[in-house]
Ligand binder design. Structure first.
Ligand SMILES: Cc1ncc(COP(=O)(O)O)c(C=O)c1O
Length: 446
């Protein structure tokens, strides 16, 4: 019997679901079924308690199945399950937006709400393009981004995303160009931000020379690249990107779907890295993963460019939105999440404990096949040496061995990835680190 059968699933049910970003053949031959979750632990179909080293998918920093969020969602469902978001409003969407603006870097004081990080990236880049058109510079349409960047799975995300495997199936996307990523062989095993490499940002000048600023709407980057395995920018790099964007009148967008709302040890990566972009996207942690919600933060100068050219008062200034933009239930979950982050001082906790995590994760240096370790806040990535010419094989094998040993570790490309729960205890950090070490040693004895 496999876990699907033990969870009561039939083969037909298993076959029916085409799972996202999953090796469906591998998964269905040996399913891993999660049936419950609480705090820092997942429960699988065998009733095992599995330590969650990625907070779901970078989503559930405050711990799984928080009763405060469940209660807020339940109350909201009973009071107002849905309100049409086009031409009508409900109080929570406005209250939540104000609250997010209060937490944001000063210039960013307007919010659009979406349902996911992909929609947030699409919304941010659509607004960037439309902003220039509204400002009389309609040729500014290109979106520049970065290799190894991840911005979601929609047409925007696959066009300006920089993870090769996510692009190759789809053919022509939007007009984009990509900066080099910031991983450098000289900087392996850097703790936090690498000292060297700020000049990598100067490549943006070359791309601008190639395309001309008159054709470029925005540059979108993650403050650190999350899905590519936590690639942390060198000191001074993001500042330099900011300066170049300002000099050439190009909007800078930070995709903070992973780095935002605590993961970096601050509310925003922008704050942690000391660089304010023109637009920030967020999702995931905003509802602690309980209900889908994302959004875009921007400044009033962008908002006003639409409002002042809005035409007749009843006409729509930005023809964009989703049926579920600002869904009341998602807003309720977000309000409850922000209450928890504040009242339990979880962001401060991440900042306090990040050095402990840094030293523990770097203690894995020297284990066979580990060729790099990177970290920032409560995020870390480990690169493993390729096996049999396939860079993706070893991370998959190691992560599955960790799962068998009771720790959920995400693998992607040639990396293992960690996004700790914000309330993790020291002994749980130790367990994650020792499980990785023991798994590698068991799989590949010297
Ligand atoms: C930086 C970043 N942007 C966008 C996304 C896409 O978010 P979603 O999967 O909610 O559409 C992700 C998802 O992992 C992400 O890490």
């Amino acid at each position: 019997m496999n876990q699907a059968e033990r969870a009561g699933l039939t083969q037909r049910q298993l076959d029916s679901y085409w799972m996202p970003y999953t090796g469906n053949r591998e998964f269905k031959s040996d399913p891993r079924i999660i049936t419950a979750a609480s705090g820092n632990y997942l429960t699988d179909a065998d009733g095992r308690q599995i330590l969650d080293s990625l907070s779901g998918l970078w989503t559930c920093g405050a711990g799984h199945s928080r009763p405060e969020i469940a209660e807020a969602v339940f109350k909201q469902l009973n009071k107002l399950d849905y309100a049409p978001g086009f031409q009508f409003g409900h109080p929570l969407a406005f209250q939540l937006s104000e609250r997010i603006c209060d937490l944001a870097p000063e210039r960013l004081n307007r919010v659009c709400l979406t349902n996911s990080g992909s929609e947030a990236a699409d919304t941010a880049t659509k607004i960037a393009r439309a902003y220039w058109r509204q400002s009389g510079q309609a040729s500014k349409t290109k979106i520049l981004a970065r290799q190894k960047g991840y911005h979601g799975a929609s047409w925007g995300g696959i066009s300006f995303g920089g993870i090769p495997a996510n692009r190759k199936l789809w053919g022509q996307g939007l007009e984009t160009d990509l900066l080099n990523h910031t991983w450098r062989a000289e900087s392996v095993f850097s703790k936090g931000m690498p000292e060297q490499g700020a000049e990598l940002a100067d490549e943006l000048e070359s791309l601008i020379a190639l395309h001309d600023a008159s054709n470029i709407a925005a540059v979108i980057v993650e403050p650190f690249s999350g899905s590519a395995g936590v690639i942390v920018p060198p000191k001074g790099y993001l500042q330099r990107l900011r300066e170049i964007c300002t000099k050439h009148n190009i909007l800078l967008i930070f995709d903070e779907v992973i780095t935002g709302l605590g993961r970096s040890g601050a509310y925003w990566g922008a704050e942690a890295f000391g660089v304010t972009p023109d637009i920030i996207t967020f999702a995931k942690q905003i509802t602690n993963g309980a209900v889908p919600l994302g959004g875009v933060l921007l400044g009033e100068e962008i908002y006003d460019a639409f409002i002042t050219k809005g035409g007749a008062p009843h006409s729509v200034e930005l023809p964009h939105g989703f049926t579920y933009s600002g869904h009341p239930v998602a807003c309720a979950a977000a309000m409850a999440t922000l209450d928890i982050l504040e009242s339990e001082q979880l962001i401060e906790r991440v900042a306090d404990k990040a050095p402990e995590f840094e030293s523990k994760i770097h203690s894995l240096r020297g284990i066979n096949h580990i060729v790099d370790i990177r970290n920032f806040g409560f995020a870390a990535g480990i690169t493993l040496a390729a096996k049999a010419g396939d860079p993706t094989l070893r991370p998959y094998e190691v992560a599955l061995e960790c799962w068998r040993r009771g720790v959920y570790v995400r693998w992607g490309g040639d990396t293992l990835q960690f996004g700790l729960p914000f309330k993790i205890e020291s002994d749980e950090m130790d367990r994650i680190v020792s499980t990785v070490a023991e798994s590698i040693e068991a799989l590949y004895p010297a």
